[in-house]
Structures are given as C-alpha cells and as structure tokens.
Design a protein around this ligand. Structure first.
Ligand SMILES: Cc1ncc(COP(=O)(O)O)c(C=O)c1O
Length: 377
C-alpha cells in the first residue's frame, strides 16, 4: 500500500527547512508580506486539486475549484476600486507581476501602436513584461520621494504626441511607497489632447489600503485607471503568492477566446490557475470586512509613525511618504541588513510596517542599530 511516510533522512530535510523558515519569518522587516494569517479552517481544501481553469465568470467543465468565491473576491476589489458598475471584470492572479502583465497585455491589444511610460521607480518585473510583450517604452524621471516627475512625463509625451499613450502608474513604489497621482496624469493627457490612452495602476502593496484612507489618494477607476493590480500576499497575507487584477469588462471582451477543451473562455494569462489562493483572499474579506481592513491599515500606519520617530530619535535620517507604511533610511550595516532581511538599493533601505510588525519588533531593531553605533564610536 502506498504510504504517506518519507524516509527518515528526507523527513529530516523537511524538518530542517521548516525550522529555517520559522526562524527567518521571525525577523522580517524589509519585504512587504504579512505573516499574521491563520487559515487553518481551509486546510481540508489541500486534499483537492483546486484549479480555476479559464475565466472565473464562465463555468468550466473542470469543476474542482473555487471560482464562485473568486468572483466574490473580484467583486470586492472592483467595488473598493470604484470600477464602473456592470463594466468590471478580473481574476485572482499569481501575484502583482501577473496583474501588471495582464494590464499591459490588455492595453497593447487596445492600442497596439502605443508608447508605454513608467517611472524609474517602477518594479523591475515591468521591464521584463514590456520585453515579453514587445512594447515600446520610455522611462520617466522620479522625484526625490519616488513619485513620477509630472513635468518630465508631460514633456516626454509631448515629444511623442502622435502615439497613443499607455501609463503604468505606481500606487506604492517598491522602495519608497510613493504614489503616482492618476488624476494628475489624466489631466496631463487631457492638456496634450491625447485621445487614445490606457492607464494601468500597479497597486501591488498599497492598493487595498489606499482605498481606505482619508484623503483618498487618486489611483482608482474613478480617478482614471483602466485596470488595477494588487498582490494578495502583501497587505492581506497568504501562504503562497497571489494577487488580483481588475479591468473593464468591455476591454477584456476584446481579447476573450472560447476554448472547447476547458469549456470556458481563455481570458487569463495562465491556463491552470490556483484554486486555493482565492480562498485565502475570500477568507480575509469575510473575516475582516471593510472595517477590519481599515483598522489593519491604521495599525500599520501607526507602527510606521512609531518607527520613523524611533529612528529619528537615535539620529537616523528616516522619512516616509504621506500615508505610507514604508519607512526609508540610509542602509545600515550588512550584518543588520542580513539579520532583519532589509533590502538595499543605492544606499537606501526601508522597513515595511506590515500588519504583523509590532513596536516591539522595531524596538529590537533600534537596539541593534544603537549597539552598532556604540561600537563605532
Ligand atoms: C510596486 C510593486 N509592483 C509589483 C510587485 C510585484 O508583485 P508580486 O511579487 O506580487 O508579483 C511588487 C513587489 O514587491 C511591487 O513592490
């Protein structure tokens, strides 16, 4: 009879890995993933090959999946991001990068001859996506805080006024969590009388809570976005990477292709799609609701304010963008970066105050930083 047991040495490999994962998860301040989730009541679903093959809104012959819940997840984000009523669509992706790829793909199908504009602070995966899609593109300068330089954007589009425009706007850049103002970008397009354009918002980290803070940053459909992508493992938290992309249904319809083999419509990037990840997102939406998500965001913002204050107190030049949970400061020693898993880019690092980060974690980091200062002096 087939058994579930591994050889002792193979089990040891797993045990060792689990220990390492536990240890590494404990000291984790530099990357935007939440780790405070508890999805134990979903464990039974791991016994099944959940696959949301095809379009979530079109039933498939393959019935072992979670498309009903996936639709609810998409609806939640469509409403949160003020998508046009009766003209929204989307799906649960494998992460923000796939959502961005999807946005660019739709944009290219609508405007095959367009030029894509995005700022220097854009996530590295976007360049790769543009390469995959073979789309012409121009990088726009950023301001000090990581936000797109609107003057450079205007100037550059003006130089290429004969071409349709595709904008990849950042709603929370990877390094400094700067938000590009979608309404302001739209105003530039209007000023230049650009008739054919598409704006995709990369809201991987900050999308969900940007919709819950006051004043609400200009980033969603009502502000001018045509599609928005978020990462699910970031602010929500999930054991595996996932995300959501929301687009206008009328645009999605232009690329839909019916496939007999799956009995559904091929509208997504991949064929097989993770049927487990919609469960995590759905679970969080049901458990927290808007009020719970809002207080989750407020807690992170409060921790970020605490972190900024504590760093400044010990003489470190910390700063953050308005309503950001990312606190920026000069890169500390390699030892501290390694211990706390802090990313570094051109001498800058950050602490991302995800919902699981508590002031007590910050106090420990501050103690490490102070100890190094004492040694140095
Ligand atoms: C601004 C931004 N966009 C996109 C991504 C990619 O998201 P994912 O890792 O979910 O593919 C990230 C990841 O950190 C990001 O910070």
């Amino acid at each position: 009879m087939e058994t579930n047991r591994l050889q002792a040495e193979d089990q040891e490999v797993l045990d060792h890995l689990l220990e390492k994962v536990k240890e590494q998860t404990e000291l984790f301040l530099g990357y935007p993933v939440s780790k405070d989730f508890d999805y134990q009541n979903l464990y039974d679903f791991f016994k099944y090959p959940m696959n949301n093959l095809g379009d979530p809104f079109v039933a498939s012959t393959y019935g072992v999946g979670s498309r009903e819940l996936e639709k609810e997840v998409v609806q939640f984000f469509a409403e949160l991001f003020r998508a046009p009523q009766n003209n929204w669509w989307g799906y649960v992706t494998n992460g923000g990068s796939e959502g961005n790829l999807y946005g660019l793909y739709l944009a290219r199908e609508l405007h095959p001859k367009a030029m894509v504009y995005y700022s220097e602070a854009t996530h590295y995966s976007v360049q790769k996506n543009l390469h995959l899609l073979n789309m012409g593109n121009i990088v726009i300068r950023t301001q000090e805080n990581g936000e797109i330089d609107y003057d450079d954007l205007e100037y550059t589009i003006r130089m290429n006024r004969h071409m349709p425009v595709i904008i990849m706007a950042n709603i929370g850049t990877t390094m400094t969590e700067a938000r590009d103002d979608v309404a302001r970008i739209k105003a530039i397009l209007k000023k230049l009388a650009i008739q054919h354009y598409y704006i995709h918002a990369d809201a991987a980290l900050s999308g969900t809570y940007s919709a819950l803070i006051e004043p609400r940053p200009a980033f969603d459909f009502e502000d001018g976005a045509d599609s928005i992508a978020i990462s699910g493992h970031k602010f929500f938290g999930s054991p595996m990477p996932c995300g959501v992309v929301v687009a206008k249904k009328s645009n999605r319809d232009r690329i839909a292709r019916s496939v007999d083999y799956i009995g559904s419509v091929d509208t997504t990037i991949t064929g097989s799609r993770n049927g487990h990840s919609p469960l995590f997102l759905w679970h969080t939406i049901k458990r927290l609701g808007i009020a719970g998500l809002k207080s989750r965001a407020m807690q992170s913002l409060a921790t970020a304010a605490y972190t900024e204050m504590k760093l400044k107190e010990i003489g470190i030049a910390a700063w953050r963008n308005q309503d950001a949970i990312t606190v920026n400061f000069p890169t500390p020693s390699a030892t501290i970066c390694k211990k706390w898993q802090l990313a570094a880019e051109q001498g800058h690092s950050h602490i991302i105050c995800m919902p699981n980060v508590r002031p007590s974690h910050i106090d420990l980091l501050i103690a490490d930083l102070e100890a190094e200062m004492v040694l140095r002096n």
